[in-house]
Design a protein around this ligand. Structure first.
Ligand SMILES: Cc1cc2nc3c(=O)[nH]c(=O)nc-3n(C[C@H](O)[C@H](O)[C@H](O)COP(=O)(O)OP(=O)(O)OC[C@H]3O[C@@H](n4cnc5c(N)ncnc54)[C@H](O)[C@@H]3O)c2cc1C
Length: 444
């Protein structure tokens, strides 16, 4: 309870919190959401009625139901917090999302605002400066954030994977020096695995690290690194004489060169660049865990990251779906609303069912991870299902908006463009199938 209060205080949203308390008292007294709506309009509290509908838009009833099924009787503890986060995202992140995409600008202000909410601290233990809340709550917030601005969400998703790795494999000193500032949002992280000649086959990396006296010497290059240039800490995977190592490289390390921003189809606000390491020198203590274990650490970080990518995909699909439902209730063709056509209704039913299935698969994997059980296969299943679903739902959303959906004016194709990366980053759909099949059938 204390953690929730700390989170609420951090959110600096006590006014909304006070309102929610009144709101829930009324809900209990009247047993009706409609009565509450009436109550507020009769008392001319339009401001609060606005907040109420806004709140319901991003933190949806469907999401609440699914979370309650997984969190059980702990759900009430976290529901208010998620509502508060939904309101924050609606008010502070959503308004700039379209502009960020159009201008392809890194959403620095958004990232800072989300950090200020304590978002990056949610799943981390209190002893390292986290909030000690369930991983599922973090995943729920990731879904909400992705509904508004996937460019902001991807930057924080990668950052979260780096923090997760530091928590699992880092030393106490690294927890103090790096993890604390990262989860408090004082610094931003980047995950550097992919190279020009190795992506899916990450083990073929060529970047080398050599321990020379009391420091590591790193040479090589990385490709398609999110948060390049804007991150302060780069978790770099390299070959060593013992196999692979994961090494923390600060932005200002001599010899680290960051390439120009790479233009791309979607997630246009996120930064993406190549990195070059030319005799980059960092202290020996910057090694994460053990030399030789780096590739294993990368895989474990990616499994967690895949759950977050699945949550992002659910959020992206849900917002595209919500826009489609609204449009179908307004647009008239052949003398009636689109929502009255049987084919539209069939599509809407299918989209809703597929989003729900992906959400449940994502929450299942998140619950396994949160409770310390094996979750690799389920993380890959959630990623495969959710990312392919998002692409399909967003494609249908454009179709159901007709010509308008194809234009920049509609802000619908942004979701489809953002969804496409989800099927590629942190392991492609094909690689997800390879891993899932290996779990079932054993290696090829
Ligand atoms: C926007 C964006 C952000 C990214 N951010 C990061 C980041 O922050 N950090 C980072 O390290 N990387 C990042 N990446 C890289 C990303 O993880 C890789 O692009 C991805 O893993 C695929 O690797 P690749 O591009 O080399 O494709 P390849 O490995 O060359 O694959 C090409 C095609 O072959 C298929 N394929 C490959 N192997 C097999 C197989 N065994 N069986 C069947 N099919 C196969 C793939 O599925 C794919 O369709 C990012 C990429 C993008 C586009």
């Amino acid at each position: 309870m204390l953690e929730i209060l700390a989170f609420a205080l951090r959110q600096e949203r006590l006014r909304v919190k006070e309102y929610l308390l009144i709101f829930f008292s009324l809900a209990r007294a009247s047993h009706s959401w409609l009565c509450i709506g009436k109550h507020f309009s009769l008392s001319s509290s339009h401001y609060w009625v606005g907040i109420l509908s806004a709140k319901m838009a991003l933190y949806s009833v469907e999401q609440q139901k699914a979370l309650s099924a997984f969190l059980g009787n702990r759900f009430d503890e976290f529901n208010e917090l998620l509502e508060g986060f939904g309101e924050f995202v609606e008010e502070e992140i959503l308004p700039t999302a379209e502009e960020i995409d159009k201008r392809a600008i890194f959403p620095k202000e958004n990232v800072e605002k989300v950090f200020k909410q304590g978002f990056a601290q949610i799943p981390f233990p209190i002893n390292v400066g986290g909030l000690g809340l369930p991983y599922l709550v973090y995943i729920g917030c990731m879904e909400i954030l992705s509904k508004a601005c996937a460019s902001t969400a991807i930057s924080l998703e990668i950052h979260g994977a780096v923090c997760d790795g530091l928590l699992q494999f880092g030393t106490e000193l690294q927890h103090k020096k790096y993890l604390g500032p990262l989860i408090r949002g004082e610094k931003l992280g980047a995950f550097c695995l992919t190279e020009p000649d190795s992506g899916s086959d990450a083990g073929a990396m060529k970047t080398k690290a050599e321990l020379v006296g009391d420091h590591w010497l790193i040479n090589g290059s990385k490709m398609y690194i999110t948060n390049s240039g804007v991150a302060d800490i780069y978790m770099v995977f390299a070959r060593t004489k013992n196999g692979y190592a994961a090494i923390l490289v600060p932005r200002d390390a001599k010899g680290l060169k960051i390439g120009a921003n790479i233009p791309k189809l979607g997630l246009k606000g996120s930064s993406l660049a190549a990195l070059n390491f030319d005799d980059v020198e960092v202290p020996a203590e910057n090694l994460l865990g053990e030399d030789g274990m780096g590739f294993e650490y990368a895989k474990r970080m990616l499994y967690g990251g895949r759950i977050a990518i699945a949550a992002m995909s659910v959020g992206i699909a849900q917002i595209a779906f919500d826009k489609t439902v609204s449009y179908s209730k307004e647009r008239v063709a052949f003398g009636q609303k689109l929502s009255k056509f049987q084919i539209t209704r069939s599509k809407i039913a299918e989209m809703a069912t597929e989003i729900e299935a992906a959400r449940l698969s994502t929450y299942f994997a998140a619950s396994l991870k949160g409770s310390g059980r094996e979750f690799e296969r389920e993380a890959c299943e959630a990623k495969l299902l959710s990312t392919e679903m998002a692409l399909k739902v967003c494609n249908e959303a454009i179709q159901m908006h007709g010509g308008y959906g194809y234009t920049d004016e509609a802000d619908v194709h942004r979701h489809w463009r953002d969804a496409k990366l989800m099927t590629i980053g942190e392991g492609t759909s094909e690689i997800m199938k390879v891993i899932i099949a290996n779990h079932i059938l054993g290696p090829e």
